[in-house]
Design a protein around this ligand. Structure first.
Ligand code: HEM
Length: 177
């Protein structure tokens, strides 16, 4: 009769090996989600400052949020080089669709956020964001266009954060942590 009571003696279980190989990636995605939560909070605080007419504080908070986006993109390139892509074979269909939705949100956030930043930087050379009387007034409708594309970026970032939490929860579940 077998002495191991049916337990495999051929190294760690498939599940255990999967959990172990997930660890650095899990740590990376946990950090990335916290980074995204921080930048969304900064963006909401920035919008509040804009609505209070504090353009300078708004600019600083939005630049800080934008620098966290840049930090994420750079870290993602390093993660791809060091750890590679995720192995989606173990993912359910629902998890893959959640990931695709999340990636779309991030893409919309990057493009609309980039445009909002460009328009915002143009506004900072006008009296809209600076009280210097020598500066020109902003072009008619420029503030509204900046605000509109900025709201799209912050909406996409918020949906991106919610879907990131769902994707991360799935990763923890699959790793059985
Ligand atoms: C970095 C330079 C930026 C400058 C100088 C700037 C400047 C401004 C100004 C002057 C306003 C109008 C405030 C008012 O109505 O009196 C505004 C509004 C707004 N900005 Fe920016 N902005 C910048 C970056 C950004 C970025 C990167 C985003 C988003 C990704 C953004 C999102 C918004 C939004 C959503 C509003 C409208 C707030 C509302 O709902 O009333 N801004 N910004």
């Amino acid at each position: 009769m077998s002495e191991n009571f049916g337990v495999s003696t051929r190294g760690p279980s498939r599940h255990g090996r999967y959990a172990a190989s997930m660890e650095p990636k899990l740590a990376y995605w946990t950090g990335a989600t916290l980074n995204m939560a921080t930048l969304v909070l900064l963006a909401f605080a920035g919008i509040r400052r804009a609505r209070d007419g504090q353009a300078d504080r708004h600019r600083r908070l939005m630049l800080l949020a934008a620098s966290l986006v840049v930090a994420f993109v750079l870290s993602y390139v390093l993660k791809l080089l060091a750890l590679g892509r995720e192995d989606l074979e173990a993912w359910s269909n629902g998890a893959i669709w959640t990931l695709r939705f999340h990636e779309t949100c991030v893409l919309v956030m990057l493009t609309s956020g980039g445009l909002a930043l460009r328009r915002g930087l143009a506004l900072s050379r006008t009296r809209a964001a600076n009280k210097d009387a020598n500066l020109p007034s902003p072009l008619p409708g420029e503030i509204e266009r900046h605000g509109r594309i900025g709201r799209i970026a912050v909406c996409a970032a918020s949906l991106g954060l919610l879907s990131a939490c769902a994707v991360l929860a799935g990763m923890y579940q699959r790793a059985a942590l």
